[in-house]
Design a protein around this ligand. Structure first.
Ligand SMILES: [Zn+2]
Length: 265
């Protein structure tokens, strides 16, 4: 499996996808999306591997969903890099315990946080410090949903991220409106930008020009978004407009993420 761009093949990882089951289907009808579904779609899109975390569900501590993630990663160890999802509202002690279980026992590889669905402020130190401390201890990244509200603003997230400069922080969707995400990524070595959802070419180009391809990770937000749509956005359209070279594709589609994860192919 490899991604073909301009007659060359690249090892390619999606840095943002979801797996799991929901009692109620998502807006576009998905109620169950597991490893078999993800791997089939990765094959179709020419991707080697995906970072996956649980589908969003308010009012849960995600313990069941995180176990499913570990099980699906065990079925497809070369195709799925499972992250846990944490709801900080259960309090600092519960959070630290859940993270020891997810990162220590289940060996999940990172942490996903969604300030809107789980409804918390990402600069509220009491709730957030245990998460940054666990990320530091287990040497894993944190990926935030960003954009669409002030709670999920890159500027608010950067406040604590700046104090944990050894913890990689990935801004999913680049804040959607991009500009603030570019500013904080330029100011903080540990802040990276992920490409899913952003759909306006001038903003995408602002990110690629503003922070460079060493700090950008390809992501799709699959199954919310179709994989080929998000792949082609970067591999065809941004590639042409930003004049990306083979070394840029390598970084954006795999190497930046692999180095954050301390991971080999
Ligand atoms: Zn997502």
């Amino acid at each position: 499996m490899a991604l073909r761009i301009n007659d060359s093949e690249f090892y390619a990882i999606d840095a943002h996808s979801h797996l799991g089951r929901r009692k109620t289907p998502l807006g576009h009808g998905v109620a169950s999306f597991l490893g078999d579904d993800l791997v089939r779609n990765l094959d179709e899109a020419g991707l080697d591997c995906a970072v996956a975390f649980p589908l969003g569900a308010s009012y849960t501590d995600y313990s069941e969903a995180n176990q499913i993630m570990a099980d699906e990663m065990a079925k497809y160890p070369k195709r799925i890099i499972g992250f846990c999802r944490i709801n900080p509202n259960f309090g600092p002690e519960a959070t630290a315990k859940a993270l020891d279980h997810c990162l220590g026992t289940l060996k999940l590889k990172g942490i996903k946080l969604h300030p809107e669905i789980e409804f918390f402020d990402p600069n509220e130190a009491e709730l957030m410090e245990p998460i940054y401390q666990s990320a530091r201890r287990y040497r894993v990244p944190i990926i935030f949903h960003t954009g669409m509200s002030s709670k999920a603003s890159p500027g608010v997230i950067a406040e604590l991220a700046a104090r944990y400069h050894d913890v990689p922080v990935i801004l999913g969707h680049m804040g959607v409106y991009v500009k603030l995400a570019v500013a904080v990524a330029r100011q903080n070595e540990n802040i990276f930008l992920e490409t899913s959802v952003v759909g306006w070419m001038p903003l995408l180009l602002e990110a690629f020009r503003g922070v460079g391809t060493s700090k950008i990770l390809f992501g799709s937000d699959h199954p919310y978004n179709p994989l080929p749509m998000e792949v082609e956005k970067i591999s065809r359209h941004v590639a042409r407009a930003a004049k990306l070279k083979p070394e840029d594709f390598k970084k954006v589609f795999a190497d930046n993420l692999l180095s954050i994860l301390h991971h080999d192919r």
